[in-house]
Design a protein around this ligand. Sequence first.
Ligand code: ADP
Ligand code: TRP
Length: 322
Amino acid sequence: MAKILTGIQSTGTPHLGNILGAIEPAVEMANSSKEESYLFIANMHSLTQIKDKKVLHENTLSTAATWLAFGLDPIKSCFFRQSDIPEVTELAWYLSCFFPYQRLKLAHSFKDKVNNLKDVNSGLFSYPMLMSADILIYDANLVPVGKDQLQHLEITRDVASRFNNLMGDTFIIPEAKIQNDTKYIIGTDGEKMSKSKGNTIDIFAEDKKLKKQIMRIKTQSLSLDEPKNPKLCNVFKLYNVIASKKNVEILNDRYQKGDVGYGEAKELLYNEILNRFSLNREKFFELMDNKEKVELLLEEGAEKARIKAKNVLKRVRSRVGY
Ligand code: ADP
Ligand code: TRP
């Protein structure tokens, strides 16, 4: 049976791409799994990038509120903050001692970051060891992640096998479950939506800011009555993933007939977003007004997670002779 685990970094309030590409599918998997799942906020990974205590704290809560607003059931799943489980950093150390430096040097996410970030700290370099510990410390066997995380999963499998081979069977070898295999959600510039590109649609932003982001979506400059190819239009591409099949067909026809301008199409997209996410938005704002409630849920989740983490760590400690 599948024991699902996944984490999401708290580098900001999740955007539309994170939600459709990672959060919604993971919540669906966890809620329908027969086994207990582990879903956590990877706020120690975020420390590699964020050095502001207030921002880190606030991002952790807004990321947690997003999971909850999208239906995560904290009774069925173990839902917690990575920083509440210090055992995970101890395991990360043991794993580091079993993984060759020369292999860690090949991690492409680190190579990308070296080229793009100012703060290239050694936490960024050893990031895959902490991520491996995140997974192995709960005996998880199925890890839903985006394609970009596949190499981290390979590293996890590799380090677990190396440890098992040298010290005796200790870890379950986990499998990746790739989400959004081919498609990703585009941002306002038509490229992959990403925090680092400043092209996000933030569905939890207040109405005015959300509308502004949507009005910023790049389009061609055809006049209202010119026929338009919907497949080439960024507004339509987003509308296609948000609106109902029927509404998509209607807008598709209007594009081809030259019966809609970009301003109106954006307005339609805005309304569909408000419509589709109105309950999630309501829940999110309610939780952000009740942060103590979120804190409490995370603390309860951490208590459950720590029991499991302590058990697995005990196994590892005895294997290495401590
Ligand atoms: P960002 O690129 O904004 O920094 P992350 O790299 O932190 O986002 O991604 C967190 C999760 O959300 C990952 O599982 C990733 O695959 C998913 N994700 C991020 N952006 C998109 C997108 N545009 N479309 C689909 N999924 C996405
Ligand atoms: N590295 C992942 C990301 O950036 C987040 C993460 C940390 C994670 N630990 C994990 C995902 C363990 C899955 C399992 O998206």
